[in-house]
Each structure stands twice: as C-alpha cells, then as structure tokens.
Design a protein around this ligand. Structure first.
Ligand code: CU
Length: 171
C-alpha cells in the first residue's frame, strides 16, 4: 500500500521545479528510488490469512514460503500457539493471547508447523503450516512429539495425516 503512495510522490516530484526546490526534489527522488528498489526486493514475501470457522482453522493446512507471514483473523474466542516440538528446530515459537485478532507470525525456517487453539484443542482446533517447497525435514520429529500430547491427540494425528496427504498431492 505504501508503495502506491511512494510512486505518487515520485510522479509529483518529477514536475518542473526551480533552484533549491528542484535539488531537494532530486534528493527525495533518490530516496524514493531506493525505497522502490527495496520494496521490489521484499515484495515476494506474502501474507496469508487463517480464519476461524467455529472450532476449526480455515484453511486447516496452509502452504507458504520462507519469510511469509501468517495472520490469524476471527480470533475473538480463540488463540493460536505452536505445539511444543512440532516446529522445526530454531523456528519461531508463537503463542497469542485470547482475542488477539490480527496476531501474526513470520516464518523463516522451512519445515512443518502444527499449531492449536489450546482452549478448543479437545474439539479438534488444530492446524498445519508447511513452509517451503521441500518435503518437511521435521516430520519424524512431529510424529515423535505426538506421544507427549494427552488431550486432543486424535485431532493432532488427524491434521498431521491431512498435511501428509496434501504433501503427497503437491509432489
Ligand atoms: Cu479456539
């Protein structure tokens, strides 16, 4: 959105100006050009929205690229948290408050992430995010971490199965 504004400014600054104003405009044009280049380089990072449908995440399995951001919407009665041991090693661990609509996390590490809404985990509110095009390297670690889950384990297993089927379709 800011890029449109910068482009408009750049166009405005290109109008004929005299003396000091023109020099100032040229300096600003240089800054604008730098900002536009910076914007182009980072434009590939995308934002993905996960919404809530009763006690489910939509989409339940999300595919993104490293550096992309996930935003959760419709969170009035929900929260989102990465399940312990169910993200790549060194990956961002997140836990939102209840009713943190618009909570977001940027995921840079490739691999699979299984997350839950703790208060609705026993109703099956479990989701998966796969970062990167490669087969997630931490699938075995996720399968092992399932053993540590007491409440809602069947739903965690279910989303892992769903993610694996989606991965198989993708390949
Ligand atoms: Cu919930």
């Amino acid at each position: 959105m800011w890029r449109d504004t910068e482009i408009n400014d750049a166009v405005t600054l290109q109008r004929p100006l005299g003396g000091r104003l023109r020099r100032a405009a040229l300096r600003e044009n240089g800054l604008v050009a730098a900002l536009l280049i910076f914007g182009a380089q980072t434009a590939s990072a995308e934002e993905h929205v996960v919404r809530t449908r009763r006690a489910e995440w939509a989409p339940p399995v999300l595919f993104i690229q490293p550096g992309d951001t996930v935003v959760w919407r419709g969170m009035r009665t929900h929260e989102t948290a990465l399940i312990e041991g169910m993200g790549p090693a060194d990956a961002t661990v997140w836990r939102s408050e209840l009713d943190a609509d618009g909570f977001s996390v940027t995921l840079n590490e490739e691999g699979a992430y299984i997350y839950t809404c703790d208060i609705h985990m026993s109703l099956g509110m479990v989701g998966a995010i796969v970062v990167g095009d490669a087969e997630p390297h931490n699938l075995a670690a996720i399968d092992a971490a399932v053993e540590n889950i007491d409440v809602g384990r069947i739903f965690v297993e279910r989303i892992i199965g769903r993610m694996k089927r989606a991965l198989a379709r993708r390949n």
